[in-house]
Design a protein around this ligand. Structure first.
Ligand code: DGL
Length: 274
C-alpha cells in the first residue's frame, strides 16, 4: 500500500465529512499544523453499524494514520469514539488521541436538554455514563436522527432534503432550551438545525473544545509544529467517492486553501484485500 509522506501530521478520521467540522476548528486554532483526513464513506453511516464493525473500521484507519506518520489522532466521530477510543488507547499507549463525545457537561446549564447523536452513540456505555453523571436530574430528549447523516453527505447544508428532515425530526422535541450536537456531521448544518428550533435555543457544538484539547496535548507532549516547518499541507482521503468532501471543503476556506489532494476510493484502508 502507498503511504503518503506525512510525518508530523495530525490524523483525523470520521465515517464521512462530519469530521471536517473538527478539522476546520483545529486548522483555525493551529494554522501551522498539517492534517491527514480520512473519510470512511464507503462504510458510512457508522450509526447503522454494529459495535464490532465500528471498532474494526476505527482500528484499521488508526493503523493507517500511524503508519503514515501521524503524531496525534483525532477520532472526529462521536460514534467511533463511543465504541473504540478505549481500545485504541490500550493498543497505542504512546499515541495521543482526542475523541469527540456529546457535550452533556456544558448542557447541564439548560433545563430541557436535547441530544442529537447516532443510535450507536446513544446506546453506548460511555454516553449513558456521561448522561447519568451530568443530566440525571432532568428530562433529556434524545434523537438518533435516522437518515440525517446520509442527507448531509448527499446534499449538504441549506439543502431542501436536510431542512425537511430536520423539521420532521425536531417537531417532536417539545420546548428544548439546549441542544447538544452529538455527531460531528451536525455542526456542518448548524444553521439548518437552528432554523428548525425555537429562537434562542442554546446549540452546543463541541468542535472548538476538541481543537483546544488537540492544542493542549501537542504542547504537553512537545509535538507542536515549530518554525521553520515544512509547508503546511492538508490532505483528504476517502474510501468511497470524493464528491461530498469536495463540496464541503469549498465552504471551509481555511482547509481548502492549504489542501494538497483529495484521493477517492481508497477502500483498502478499511476493507481487507478489497
Ligand atoms: N460523524 C459521526 C459521528 O460523529 C458518524 C455519523 C455516522 O456515520 O453515522 O457520530
Amino acid at each position: 500500500m502507498y503511504l503518503p509522506p506525512h510525518n508530523g501530521s495530525i490524523g483525523v478520521f470520521d465515517s464521512g465529512i462530519g469530521g471536517l467540522s473538527v478539522a476546520n476548528a483545529v486548522c483555525g486554532l493551529l494554522p501551522r499544523e498539517s492534517l491527514l483526513y480520512v473519510s470512511d464513506n464507503h462504510h458510512a453511516p457508522y450509526g447503522a453499524r454494529t459495535d464490532a464493525e465500528v471498532f474494526d473500521f476505527s482500528r484499521r484507519i488508526t493503523d493507517y494514520l500511524l503508519a503514515a506518520g501521524a503524531k496525534l489522532v483525532v477520532v472526529a466521530c462521536n460514534t467511533a469514539t463511543s465504541i473504540a477510543i478505549d481500545g485504541l488507547r490500550e493498543s497505542y499507549p504512546d499515541v495521543p488521541f482526542v475523541g469527540l463525545e456529546p457535550a452533556v457537561k456544558p448542557a447541564a446549564r439548560g433545563r430541557n436538554v436535547g441530544v442529537l447523536a447516532t443510535a450507536v452513540t446513544l446506546r453506548s456505555a460511555r454516553y449513558r455514563a456521561l448522561r447519568a453523571r451530568y443530566l440525571a436530574d432532568r428530562p433529556v430528549w434524545e434523537s438518533p436522527c435516522v437518515g440525517l447523516v446520509e442527507r448531509i453527505e448527499a446534499h449538504g447544508a441549506g439543502s431542501v432534503p436536510v431542512r425537511a428532515l430536520l423539521e420532521d425530526l425536531l417537531s417532536g422535541a417539545g420546548e428544548l432550551d439546549t441542544v447538544v450536537l452529538g455527531c460531528t456531521h451536525y455542526p456542518l448544518v448548524i444553521g439548518d438545525i437552528r432554523a428548525a428550533l425555537p429562537p434562542g435555543t442554546d446549540v452546543i457544538d463541541p468542535s472548538g473544545a476538541a481543537a483546544r484539547q488537540v492544542q493542549r496535548l501537542l504542547q504537553r507532549r512537545g509535538l507542536a509544529a515549530s518554525e521553520p516547518e515544512i509547508s503546511v499541507r492538508h490532505d483528504f482521503l476517502c474510501t468511497g467517492g470524493s464528491a461530498p468532501l469536495q463540496r464541503t471543503l469549498r465552504h471551509l476556506p481555511a482547509l481548502n486553501a492549504d489542501r494538497r489532494w483529495v484521493l477517492p476510493y481508497l477502500k483498502r484502508l478499511t476493507t481487507p484485500d478489497a
